[in-house]
Design a protein around this ligand. Structure first.
Ligand SMILES: Nc1ncnc2c1ncn2[C@@H]1O[C@H](COP(=O)(O)OP(=O)(O)O)[C@@H](O)[C@H]1O
Ligand SMILES: [Mg+2]
Length: 255
């Protein structure tokens, strides 16, 4: 998957958050977040429920505004709204826990519509590209069906193909497997591992330690809106430093 030509220096961070703060009313959900993600880096974000992981993803994609600080994608700040936002937002692919496919469009349309609408791709070319992406995630034989006719794991792979169709520079995944039946989790994780190996820059909120160990360059542990600790996966899982991380890992390992 070739991304667009870099607009910043090749060694500049692809995603950069500087002193980002966000409140919901009195609740301080993102506290002075500083985070740089390098081109091709895979970062796994873990932490207790309510710690701000989803808000972090949504802020990076401008689905949420921030109170102060700065978020840059490939050296550029996302515009507040309008067509420029839609265009730049295409640089950031997002896959949610719920698959969020268009229920009344076919699988092929789900993947081909974005490039036609936002990137002004020719419909025939968008379809051809969509078929190639569906093949890549292993669901090309489902192209003519509606989302409800597919399993959860297949739908989530379509959601990944749909995000990739926009040729994003970075992919955000917010607990992409937590709504899936256990036997479908691996088919989605395998697709993500492959994407990571191909060099995609990824920020992945997940508690799947197998994925983190296989694919992540770095694990970030969040609690109460803060980045509490970060390390290489093996280091983090075997030797967490903070009490919060030790306590959290104890809980997820007990499952
Ligand atoms: N739209 C919203 N309005 C008010 N509070 C919210 C909203 N979205 C999230 N929150 C609160 O912000 C905190 C962080 O939420 P979230 O980012 O979803 O955490 P996580 O993904 O780590 O579970 C939680 O306390 C949550 O209840
Ligand atoms: Mg969440």
């Amino acid at each position: 998957m070739s991304s667009d030509t870099p607009t910043s220096a090749p060694n500049a961070p692809l995603v950069s958050l500087k002193n980002v703060n966000k409140h919901f009313g009195d609740l301080h959900v993102l506290r002075d977040i500083n985070l740089e993600v390098a081109r091709g880096e895979v970062v796994v974000v873990i932490g207790p429920s309510g710690s701000g992981k989803s808000t972090l993803c949504r802020a990076i994609n401008r689905l949420e505004t921030i109170d102060d600080g700065q978020i840059l994608i490939d050296g550029k700040e996302l515009p507040a709204e309008g067509r420029a936002l839609a265009k730049l937002r295409a640089d950031v692919g997002m896959v949610f826990q719920s698959f969020n496919l268009f229920a009344h469009k076919t699988i092929l349309e789900n993947v081909s519509l974005g490039p036609v609408k936002v990137k002004k791709a020719k419909p025939a070319e968008a379809k051809e590209q969509a078929m190639a992406l569906l093949k890549r995630v292993g669901v090309d034989n489902q192209a003519g069906k509606l989302p409800a006719q597919l399993s959860g794991g297949q739908q989530q792979r379509v959601a990944i193909a749909r995000a990739l169709a926009m040729k994003p520079k970075v992919m955000l995944f917010d607990e992409p497997t937590s709504a899936l039946d256990p036997e479908m989790i691996n088919e989605v994780l395998d697709t993500m591992v492959e994407l990571a190996r191909e060099g995609m820059t990824m920020i992945v909120v997940t508690h799947e330690m197998g994925f983190a160990r296989k694919a992540a360059d770095r694990v970030i542990f969040m609690a109460d809106g803060q980045i509490v600790e970060q390390a290489a996966p093996e280091e983090f899982f075997t030797n967490p430093k903070s009490e919060r991380a030790k306590d959290f890992l104890g809980k997820i390992l007990a499952h």
